[in-house]
Design a protein around this ligand. Structure first.
Ligand code: C5P
Length: 220
């Protein structure tokens, strides 16, 4: 019998990278593994939530017992989030590509013999976190974003929270020396109205469980 403080609640979690096509066989991507987003979806599920897990092409498997919506591009991700609404909370843990190629080839781009590489034209992708935070009727009661920073973590993340209009920001220091990017541990600061709360370094699963608990408390 399912139970838990989030029973009857619906939470959308975005996770993983996005892939932005250059032509039918090539794309622009990033190194996100989807580990933190997957752990958050798992922790929310374990507290009883119905989870819509909107994931880009991640390198690790999605959790069992959640609704998995697989997408490739940022635009597909926004569409999938839109279709998954309404929700009580949204946790945007995806590493969405900032730009997409506007002149993507319908066919594989060939070397033309001139020695000159093709010029890729790019445009900014929609900011899904800012968009969902700015919704009126359909805005989830709690919108959580992430901020991966390499310096002045709290200052930058606080500004990001303002700019994007989300309720909470989970900020972390991804300087190479921390070993966090691509690692199993994370050291985060949770920024919300009341101020910044620095959590000790712990496993990504433990960060996810603590965040899920905070979300459950905020929704009750
Ligand atoms: O602006 P930046 O990419 O640093 O912001 C990170 C936060 O915004 C993350 O929560 C990420 O999932 C979200 N984001 C988004 N759509 C974008 C870019 C970022 O939802 N196009």
């Amino acid at each position: 019998v399912p139970r838990g403080p989030l029973l009857g609640r619906h939470v959308i979690v975005t996770s993983g990278p996005t892939h932005e096509p250059i032509d039918p066989v090539r794309y622009i991507a990033n190194r996100s593994s989807g580990a933190q987003g997957t752990a958050i979806a798992t922790a929310l599920r374990d507290l009883g939530a119905r989870v819509s897990f909107v994931t880009g092409p991640a390198s690790i498997a999605p959790p069992e017992g959640v609704d998995v919506i697989r997408v490739e591009t940022a635009r597909e991700m926004r569409e999938a989030v839109s279709e998954a609404l309404p929700a009580d909370a949204a946790v945007m843990a995806a590493a969405v590509a900032d730009w997409r190629v506007t002149n993507a080839g319908a066919r594989k781009i060939k070397k033309d013999g001139s020695g000159k590489p093709p010029a890729l034209e790019m445009t900014e992708n929609p900011d899904i976190l800012a968009w969902v935070s700015g919704l009126h009727k359909r805005r989830p009661a709690l919108v959580v974003g992430f901020a991966a920073e390499t310096h002045e973590v709290i200052e930058n993340a606080t500004a990001k929270r303002q700019r994007k209009g989300c309720d909470w920001i989970v900020a972390n220091d991804v300087s190479p020396a921390t070993g966090i990017m691509g690692g199993t541990e994370n050291a985060v600061t949770l920024i919300r109205d009341g101020g910044a709360e620095e959590w000790p370094r712990m496993g990504k699963d433990a960060v996810a469980r603590r965040l899920a608990k905070e979300i459950a408390e905020a929704l009750t």
